[in-house]
Design a protein around this ligand. Structure first.
Ligand SMILES: NC(=O)c1ccc[n+]([C@@H]2O[C@H](COP(=O)([O-])OP(=O)(O)OC[C@H]3O[C@@H](n4cnc5c(N)ncnc54)[C@H](OP(=O)(O)O)[C@@H]3O)[C@@H](O)[C@H]2O)c1
Length: 260
């Protein structure tokens, strides 16, 4: 559905603007890309899995939206800069960024973690977010406007089951976002951060039994797991002009698990 044209407009000013979604090939990123496109944005779909990216692009186009594949490894600054350049050349300056690439939060005893594994998790979550924002900033600074949403996790909000490296990386993403919000506010760029708890994804679908998923859902005050669209709705709001006086926020989206 085209929300802007249907009169159910909740995301002011997204129509015609160009958005990059890293981690757009599946899960939360794919849901966010679909919602942005439904609001009229032109969306670059990032990720490394070309087949998955193409499927997301095809679904958005079938629904009447505009999307194009811009694969990139979010741990590689050259690859990211190439993707932003391609999106800008084909669609115009990128003013909206959902920097969502990441993962690898599975539980792990800290004493068993090898240095390379630690670095890989920090790299693919915290450093990837920094490199993505770094690639996006020049065009936003040139135009004096932009909105960025980053991806933390409940794991970065309080100690829990997730691996320490993942928790630390996601806590770092939240602080990076606050730092940039203060630094970039005077330049017209807003930066906010999402901190979801358990959001149903492909990995959970294959790794957990229905009974395990039910037990996990019951641990949430709101009695269910998150769905990618729960997070996408918040991302689209924070990227829209309706959030034009909101920056530096870390938004817990956790069915009541994290109440701060
Ligand atoms: N699901 C949850 O419960 C939950 C909770 C809190 C936070 N999060 C965070 O939300 C984000 C999305 O999670 P999800 O559940 O939607 O997971 P997902 O379905 O596994 O998707 C992860 C996405 O990140 C991309 N990605 C990972 N590393 C990348 C890299 N180096 N370069 C480019 N793309 C990369 C993947 O792309 P390819 O597969 O194409 O490489 C994929 O699109 C992650 O940052 C995750 O840590 C998830």
């Amino acid at each position: 559905m085209n929300w802007e044209r249907s009169g159910m407009e909740i995301s002011g000013g997204l129509a015609g603007r160009v958005a990059m979604v890293t981690g757009g090939s599946r899960g939360i990123g794919a849901a966010t890309a679909a919602r942005l496109a439904a609001h009229g944005a032109v969306v670059g779909i990032g990720g490394r899995d070309l087949a998955a990216i193409d499927q997301v692009v095809a679904r958005i186009r079938a629904d009447g939206g505009r999307a194009l594949p811009v694969p990139a490894d979010a741990t590689d600054s050259d690859s990211l800069e190439q993707a932003f350049r391609k999106l800008a050349e084909q669609s115009g300056p990128v003013e909206l960024l959902a920097a969502f690439a990441g993962g690898n939060g599975a539980p792990r005893a800290t004493k068993q973690v090898e240095p390379n594994e630690w670095r890989r998790v920090i790299d693919s979550n915290l450093t990837a977010t920094f490199l993505t924002i770094r690639a996006a900033l020049p065009a936003m600074l040139e135009r004096g406007r932009g909105a960025i949403v980053t991806m933390s996790s409940s794991a970065g909000r309080q100690p829990g089951q997730a691996a320490a490296a993942y928790a630390v990386a996601k806590a770092g993403v939240a602080m990076l976002s606050k730092h940039l919000a203060a630094e970039m506010g005077p330049r017209g760029i807003r930066v906010n951060c999402l901190a979801p708890a358990s959001v149903f994804n492909e990995r959970m679908a294959t790794a957990m039994t229905p009974e395990q998923l039910d037990a996990l859902a019951r641990a949430f005050p709101l009695g269910r797991l998150g769905q990618p669209d729960d997070i996408a709705a918040a991302a689209v709001f924070l990227l829209s002009n309706q959030a034009s006086w909101i920056t530096g926020v870390t938004l817990d989206i956790s069915g009541g698990r994290i109440i701060s």
